[in-house]
Each structure stands twice: as structure tokens, then as C-alpha cells.
Design a protein around this ligand. Sequence first.
Ligand code: AQP
Length: 355
Amino acid sequence: MSSAASPDQVGGQTPKAFQPRIFSGIQPSGGITLGNYLGALKRFVEKQDEGIETVYCLVDMHAITVWQDPEKLRQQTREGAAAFLAAGIDPKRSILFNQSQVSAHAELGWIFSCIARMGWMSRMTQWKDKTAGKNAEAASLGLFAYPALMAADILAYKATMVPVGDDQKQHLELTRDIAIKFNNDYGVDFFPVVEPLIEGAATRVMSLRDGTKKMSKSDPSDQSRINLTDDADTIAAKIRKAKTDAEPLPDSIDGLKDRPEAKNLVNIYAALAGQTVAQVIADNAGAQFGTFKPKLVDLAVAKLSPISGEMNRLMADPGEIDRILGNGADRADALARPILDQVYDITGMIRSRRK
Ligand code: AQP
């Protein structure tokens, strides 16, 4: 996607400094996967612990871009919140809420639908992937416009940094383009041009059944993913059955080229162990999968079991989860509402009801 302005130019003016603030979210469109955990959630916790202001969201309005059973959506949203909390998000230090409770997202999403261009949206690979082999005419308008709502999620808080997995890179480029176009169209220096934070060994965790496909909540095969709610036996069985090739592990990172399944298991190991891929390769060069997989099982169970145990404990009290989400929504609303009021002023909307 090309931008009319360079990322540093805003409305032809010198860009101002924006307060560092992190925003990110996860769709409650299914259970949280190991991909969501390593690519996003684990890093949300690290950012919180670095002391940056962090705003995190279960994006339930994104989830309904494909049909969701209402009762399951409520359950999955609570389960997603439990995953955030169990992984280490502290609702006192981070703002944690579900998107639909803060109407600024939908309101700014509409304004950005009027800023973004159809051509930008139709070039999004996620749109193409999600409609591939299907009748795109029958997809929801919301699925097409999804990136405008995502830009609103981020910019409603003037967030400056967004930790995400690699698959969201293009949507973040579009968020930057929307911010730049808004600033240019209205001759203001209002929205920051956000920085994607795509870091670590597991920015794209792949399916356990096919190393060329992303691990995804909505994959029809549960064997393709590890869910944060899986117990130790299930994790062990899924890793034991994970697709691999017949070669032992190589002695250099280059040796993982053209071996997507091997590369995926090594990356998962590195991310869970907090090691570099080079370290994992150095420690396991020449190992057969019959040796490496049990090590990965032990590591995955050690890292994930405390999270699933804590999730189970939290899920026993859904009222408490709803209370945390409600408090977070109040705090999120207090940040977003003044920003949205300024957007209405900038765009020429009369706001005479405002006290
Ligand atoms: N496989 C992955 N590896 C690394 N990061 C991933 N993320 C998702 N899958 C992987 C990151 O998790 C965050 C939340 O993603 P999302 O829930 O908003 O939507 P998604 O990217 O479309 O995730 P799924 O699991 O594939 O959901 P469905 O199946 O509903 O489309 C994002 O930061 C994402 O990059």
C-alpha cells in the first residue's frame, strides 16, 4: 500500500510527539491459541511489565464479522479475558475491556470508513485469504471494512505502538495510512502514525498439521492448534502427532529453510524457552524428532499448565470477569471520549448536547 505522505509527514506540518501508549486486542472468535499467546498475549504482558501505558481489548465487534453464536461469543469473551489475566495482565496496571462496551470504537470506525478507500481494503491479504474459494459477494461488509475498525481501535486512544503477530502487519500499515490521510485531509497533526511491534521468535506460529498455514482459532481441525485451555495430555498428544519431516534437526538456522514444520517446532520451543532460535539449534543439532518432541512437550506443559489452571479458576467466577471488563471499559471510555469529541469538532459535526 502506498501512502500519499511519508510516515513522518503529517498534514504538511512538523509532527508533534505523542505520549507513548500501547494498544492491542484479540478476537474472541474461538479459544485463545498458542499462536495468539506467543505472537501477542505473552508480549502484551512484557510491555505492561516495562511500565508503558497499556490498553488491551477483547475485540468482540471484530469477532461478529463472521457469524458467532451469541452464547458462545459471551463465553469466549470471558475465556479470552481469563487468558489475559492468567497470562499476567494486571487490570490495575493495564486497561482490559471488551470493545463493544466502549462506543468510541464503532463511532471512530465509521469516520475511518469514510477516510479509507475501497481499493486499500480490497488489497488486504486477510480479506483475500478469508474469502478465498468462497463467494466474496456473500461475505459481510464488516469483514471487508474490518481494518477501518481496527484503525479506530488503536487511534481512539492515540496509541503509538501496537504489539501484534506478523499477520497483522498489513493492517497496521493501513492504520498508518488512515492516520496520515485523516491528518492531511483536515490539515491537522492529530493522530500519531503508529509503530507495529512485531518481535520475537514466534511472530507467526504455524499449524501443527501444515507448516505453511498459520495456527488459527478458526481452523476446522483442533489438532492444528494448541489452545490455552488444553490439558497436559492433550498438549502432549498434539505435539506428538504434529507433522514433521524425516530429517534430524540441522546444525544451522539455514538448514531449516524449506522445512516449515521443523522450523515451526523450533520457533515454538525458542519462544516458550525465552531463547533465540540459534541457541535452540545449537543445543539440539542432529536430534531426531523422537527426542526433540518430548522436550517440547515438557516445556509447553511447564509453561502453559499454570495458565490453563488459572484460567479455570477465573472462569468459575464469570461475574468477577464481567466486573473487571466493566471497570476497564470505564477507564478506556474516559481516554477515548475526549479524543472522539475532538474528531467530531475537526470533521465539522455539531456537538451541542455536550455539557
Ligand atoms: N499463528 C499466529 N502466530 C503469531 N501470532 C498470531 N496471532 C494470531 N495468530 C497468530 C496474533 O494474535 C493477535 C490476535 O489475533 P486475532 O484474534 O485478532 O485474529 P487473527 O490474527 O485472525 O487470529 P486467529 O487465531 O487466526 O483468529 P481467526 O481464526 O478468528 O481469524 C494478533 O496480534 C495476531 O497477529
